[in-house]
Write a protein that binds this ligand. Structure first.
Ligand code: 5GP
Ligand code: MN
Length: 325
C-alpha cells in the first residue's frame, strides 16, 4: 500500500460494507476499462458478493479471452427498471463517461470512483484516484492485494491486460518502474505475456487493416507539420466492413510522423457531433486541450466530443491546438 492509503482503505470499506453492486466503465471500453471491470467482478466474486457488470455497448471481441468477459452485459440485455444502489465506476474520468448505464443507478446511489485520469473530478461518494498510475488496472492490483486472499491467473491476466494496453505494450512514458514490477509479479502467476501481446497488439482483423488504409489515405497536416490528423465517417466504416473497435490505434499514425507534436483522429458521430482522440509527443498537454472542449484524459492521450460538422470541428480543434504550440 502506498501514497494515498486512506483512499485505498475507504475503497476497501465501501466494498466490505455493501452488497449487490453494479460495476461499470466508460462508453466504447478499451482494454483497461474491460480489464478493470472484470478485476472488480473477480474481487466481488471471491468475497461472495452479489454484483452485475454492465457497459453501454459491446465489449471488443479481441477481449473475449478474459475471465467472465461474456458476463459484462450490454445495456440492451439488462432488465428494464432494475436499478442499483452501490456502484463501482472504473476508468471513468467524469460521470458522463458512463454513458447510458447511468439509467441503472438508483436515485442517490453511492459511487466508488476508481480511476487514473488527472482530469477526474472526484464525482464519487468514495474516490480512489491515482493520476500517477499507468492504468486503472494498476490501482486494482493494490486494491485486490488489500484483501486477504491470493490472486489467481484469471485476475492476474485481467490486470496485465489493462497495463499492457494503456502503456501501448510497455512503451509509453507511463511505463514506470512500478508498472514493470507489477507486470513481473503477474507473469509469475502464470500470465501469458507474449500471447497477450500477440492477441492485443500484433494481430489485426482484415477490416481493421482496411479502415487503417482508408484513414491513412486522408492523412492531413498543418503547414508547419506539427499537427497531423485523420478522419473517419460511418460511410468509411461501412465500406470497410469495420466497427468502432477497429479504430483502436489509428491515432498513433498521425502522432508518429516525425515533427508532429499532436496527432488526432476525428470520428463523425452524427450530423452534429464529432469525437476527437488526441495523442501528444510530449510538449502539448492534450488533456487540458480536451478539457477545454468538455472532455479529458491524460497529458499525452485524451479525447472529447464536440458539436458541429466534421469540417467545423476540425477547424476549431486545429486552431486550439495551434495556440498551445
Ligand atoms: P481515446 O482517444 O483512446 O478514446 O482516449 C484517450 C484517453 O482519453 C483515455 O484515457 C480516455 O479515457 C480519455 N478520454 C477519451 N474521450 C474522453 C472524453 O470524452 N472525456 C473524458 N473525460 N476523457 C476522455
Ligand atoms: Mn485507463
Amino acid at each position: 500500500m502506498q501514497t494515498n492509503e486512506r483512499e485505498l482503505l475507504n475503497a476497501v470499506a465501501f466494498i466490505k460494507e455493501h452488497d449487490d453492486f453494479l460495476v461499470v466503465s466508460h462508453v466504447q471500453p478499451d482494454g483497461d476499462a474491460v480489464s478493470s471491470t472484470l478485476a472488480v467482478g473477480w474481487l466481488l466474486s471471491c468475497l461472495g458478493k452479489k454484483y452485475t457488470m454492465i457497459n453501454e455497448g459491446p465489449i471488443p471481441r479481441r477481449m473475449s479471452y478474459l475471465w467472465h468477459a461474456d458476463q459484462i452485459l450490454n445495456l440492451s440485455e439488462t432488465s428494464p427498471g432494475r436499478t442499483y444502489k452501490y456502484i463501482i465506476c472504473v476508468d471513468c474520468a467524469d460521470f458522463q463517461r458512463v454513458g447510458e448505464t447511468k439509467n441503472c443507478f438508483e436515485e442517490g446511489a453511492l459511487i466508488l470512483n476508481i480511476d487514473h485520469h488527472p482530469t477526474n473530478d472526484a464525482y464519487g461518494s468514495v474516490n480512489l484516484i491515482r493520476p500517477q498510475a499507468a492504468a486503472t488496472a494498476e490501482i486494482l492490483f493494490d486494491l485486490l492485494l488489500a484483501f486477504d486472499f491470493p490472486l489467481d491467473v484469471d485476475a492476474a491476466t485481467a490486470i496485465y491486460t489493462g497495463l499492457l494496453t494503456d502503456t501501448g505494450g510497455f512503451r509509453y512514458s507511463n511505463t514506470t518502474p512500478e508498472v514493470m514490477r507489477i507486470a513481473s509479479k503477474l507473469l509469475e502467476y502464470g500470465v501469458d505475456g507474449p500471447g497477450l501481446s500477440e492477441k492485443l497488439l500484433e494481430q489485426m482483423t482484415f477490416s481493421q487493416l482496411k479502415i487503417l488504409t482508408r484513414a491513412l489515405n486522408k492523412l492531413e497536416r498543418t503547414e508547419d507539420g506539427r499537427i497531423s490528423w485523420v478522419s473517419i465517417t460511418d460511410e468509411d466504416l461501412a465500406e470497410c466492413g469495420a466497427i468502432h473497435e477497429d479504430l483502436e490505434g489509428i491515432v498513433n499514425y498521425p502522432r508518429n510522423v516525425m515533427g508532429v507534436e499532436v496527432g488526432m483522429l476525428f470520428k463523425v458521430i452524427n450530423d452534429r457531433a464529432v469525437k476527437v482522440s488526441m495523442r501528444s509527443a510530449g510538449n502539448v498537454d492534450v488533456a487540458a486541450v480536451c478539457q477545454s472542449f468538455g472532455g479529458g484524459g491524460h497529458t499525452r492521450a485524451a479525447g472529447a466530443r464536440l458539436e458541429g460538422t466534421l469540417d467545423e470541428v476540425v477547424a476549431r480543434v486545429v486552431e486550439r491546438v495551434k495556440e498551445q504550440l
